[in-house]
Design a protein around this ligand. Sequence first.
Ligand code: SF4
Length: 74
Amino acid sequence: MPKLIHYRAKCIGCGICHDLQPDLWRMSKKDGLATLVNGELKKDTHQLEINEQIAKQSKYAVESCPVGIIKVMK
Ligand code: SF4
């Protein structure tokens, strides 16, 4: 199953991922950064298993993140 990977520490809080996928991304009221909803913390990343359809949709967030910290792993 594909995984969505987020290197949260490098997030700049621009909000693009949340605008594109509001069900997957929440903007933290505490620090203003994006949080991957239901993401599991593994080392320095948050990870979430996703289906193929969401993996395809996520390519826009991957391409749009200005600091390149969203990845889809197959
Ligand atoms: S698009 Fe990237 S930098 Fe912007 S809020 Fe989302 S993860 Fe952070």
